[in-house]
Design a protein around this ligand. Structure first.
Ligand code: F6R
Length: 613
């Protein structure tokens, strides 16, 4: 997960940048770098691996003192993790240094245009397209702010960028946000920039959070901010009085809410470095011996083993693997697997899915598969956890630490990891990975950001329904496990009785529960025929005076006289849609739990890691 730090002022800049980057280390990264401007010269230092290596390098060959600059920790997206691809990235005329978090979706088209115009590229990053683009605009205007403004007008995707140039006499950094967070910090004759307040708290507690679409110019006198319409705007200044726990919560009221909001970044970090969008290939080296095509060729069946929320991701994983790789899949609860004496031999690949990697039931199921001669893999969020130690290979979900007991970002990244695994299996069987399977991954973080914009609407409708004692969740196809997950989230966070059902099953029993008291959350997304059927199920609920809260990716007018509440979500792709659809359900569970005064981060009777059978 990339980190950004920037500084204009009179302090010694390199130690400050390194210290700020150190505070962001917990986010995980694979290379780091700094750039400092002295006079009209830009000097960079970069290193692959941990910050220690950059520090050691700077001790051996210090940058000249004085000046101002930018620092960055990179988590590879486009281009391998290497010193060459580390940020800051300087344009081919050597006058703009730029750092970037996020993904530029149209980087290929922009790169071809720049190549045709004579710009050259020394890295494999999408970031270099942006530094060259800013520099190209400096041929038209002497203002760095204007050059960055013209650049962002051409960018598609999700990004936070910061740039400095060799031009002008004044200390100046220009930054822009469209997705990943950025904030400004203020001191006496100095201004700071960071992707996370933790990087700045040693220097200032007076900060301004930039909004999506904002462009900011930092000088030693302060900062000027323009909104997406280009209007100069005063964003509120906050004084951060966080205690250490609040600092960890990043200003959110609860870890759960913070983690719901971290999903765009977590999803990006999970596919980063594993997807080659140009060659349409998936790299899952961490599968170790299981990454070998010969080993995979011998796999005829897959068993997915998991508990709770992770079991819901296994249900969707079955769909992915069977559809994309055409390998039959069985899904089992960890706690049930060994009691059915499963049929396992070396042609079975058993995959334990566990956020913590320590869930006793999942571990015992993995053990049962191995004892019977099966091959063994894990999908986990915790490096070095037991599940990862007993497995031959692992696909890590790079979600970062999940503190809230209710799983949110670990779930969505599990779904993405399963999708990557399914594509990898497809590739190993010699089937092509078409652009319509791969490209939506790059759009996913932005789709999550747009879905999170529904938060106020969900807070509003929570007021009407938080006193209900029962909820029903309905979905079909890939949204059936999402209905199960929505119901589980609500019951664990708010202690409300909630059930998830395949929408078509409602008429076989649960329909008896429907009355004017019970909200029914219906997920109406995916293929037209599936959505049409769920719409028919909504008619059945309304015919019995039920309350319908619809989550849909289609034109809301199609549900206007039918559903009581309509939450729209962006449409992404049939396979990735459930990852988007679950986000409003997470927010609903969270808001209802808070409104009922529940301890949402540590619900009663639950533990984050269930190490007993
Ligand atoms: C629900 C939840 C639990 C876990 C389950 C398995 O929000 O967190 O249902 O999913 O206990 O945990 P892991 O994935 O750590 O094996």
């Amino acid at each position: 997960m990339c980190g950004i730090v920037g500084y204009v002022g009179q302090r010694e800049v390199v130690p400050l940048l390194l210290d700020g980057l150190g505070k962001l280390e917990y986010r995980g990264y694979d290379s780091a770098g700094v750039v400092v401007r002295h006079g009209h010269e830009l000097t960079t230092a970069k290193a692959e691996g941990k910050l220690e290596r950059l520090r050691a390098k700077l001790e051996r060959a210090p940058l000249p003192t004085g000046g101002y600059g930018l620092g960055h920790t990179r988590w590879a997206t486009h281009g391998a993790p290497s010193e060459r691809n580390a940020h800051p990235v300087v344009d081919s005329k050597g006058r703009v240094a730029l750092i970037h978090n996020g993904i530029i979706e149209n980087f290929l088209a922009l790169k071809h245009r720049l190549l045709d115009a004579g710009w050259t590229f020394a890295t494999d990053t999408d970031t270099e397209v942006v530094s060259n683009l800013v520099s190209s605009h400096l041929d038209e205007t002497s203002s760095l702010t204007e050059a960055v403004r013209r650049t962002i007008a051409e960018l598609e995707g999700m990004y936070a960028i910061a740039a400095l140039s060799t031009q002008g006499e004044e200390q100046e950094i220009v930054a822009a946000r469209h997705g990943p967070p950025l904030l400004l910090g203020y001191g006496e004759g100095e201004t700071f920039l960071a992707s996370d307040a933790a990087a700045l708290l040693a220097y200032t507690r007076d900060v301004t959070f930039l909004e999506n679409g904002d462009l900011a110019r930092l000088t030693t006198a302060g900062a000027t901010v323009w909104d997406a319409q280009g209007e100069e705007i005063e964003r509120p200044q906050h004084r951060i009085n966080w205690d250490p726990v609040q600092i960890e919560k990043g200003g959110y009221k609860h870890f759960m809410l913070k983690e719901i909001h971290e999903q765009a970044q977590a999803l990006q970090d999970t596919f980063s470095g594993r997807v080659d969008f140009e060659r349409r290939a998936i790299n899952l080296d961490s599968l170790g011996p299981l990454a070998d095509p010969d080993a995979l060729a011998g796999i005829e069946r897959i068993h997915l083993l998991a508990c709770g929320t992770s079991w819901h991701s296994a249900l969707i994983g079955k769909f992915f693997i069977e559809q994309l790789a055409r390998i039959p899949v069985e899904v089992d609860y960890g706690s049930e697997y060994r009691y059915r004496d499963p049929i396992v031999d070396s042609r079975v690949l058993a995959i334990g899915i566990s956020q913590s990697g320590e869930t006793a039931d999942t571990l015992s199921a993995m053990g049962a598969a191995r004892e019977r001669g099966g091959r063994l893999a894990a999908i986990s969020n915790v490096v070095g956890s037991q599940a990862t130690r007993i497995a031959e290979g692992v696909v890590y979900t790079n979600a970062g630490p999940e503190i809230g007991v209710a799983s949110t970002k670990a779930f969505t990244t599990q779904l993405e990891a399963l999708y990557l695994l399914s594509l990898f299996l497809r590739q190993s069987r010699g089937k092509p990975i078409d652009a319509d399977l791969l490209d939506p991954l790059a759009h996913l973080p932005q789709a999550i950001v747009e879905t999170l914009e529904r938060e106020d609407q969900i807070t509003e409708l929570t007021r009407k329904y938080f006193r209900s004692e029962n909820f029903l969740y309905l979905g079909r196809g890939l949204d059936y496990p999402i209905a199960l997950e929505g119901a589980l989230k609500l019951k664990e966070i708010s202690y409300i009785h909630a059930e998830g059902y395949p929408a078509g099953e409602m008429k076989h029993g649960p329909i008896a529960l429907i009355d004017e008291e019970m909200p029914v959350v219906a997920i109406v997304t995916g293929a037209q025929e599936v959505a049409d059927k769920v719409t028919s199920n909504i008619h059945e609920v309304k015919a019995r005076d039920g309350i319908v809260i619809a989550v849909t990716d289609r034109d809301p007018s199609s549900l206007e006289n039918l559903a009581d509440e309509i939450i729209t979500v962006p449409r992404i792709s049939p396979f990735l849609q459930p990852i988007v659809d679950v986000v409003p359900l997470q927010l609903l569970a969270y808001q209802v739990g808070v409104k009922r005064g529940c301890d949402v981060d540590q619900p009663r009777n639950l533990a984050k890691s269930v190490t007993v059978e």
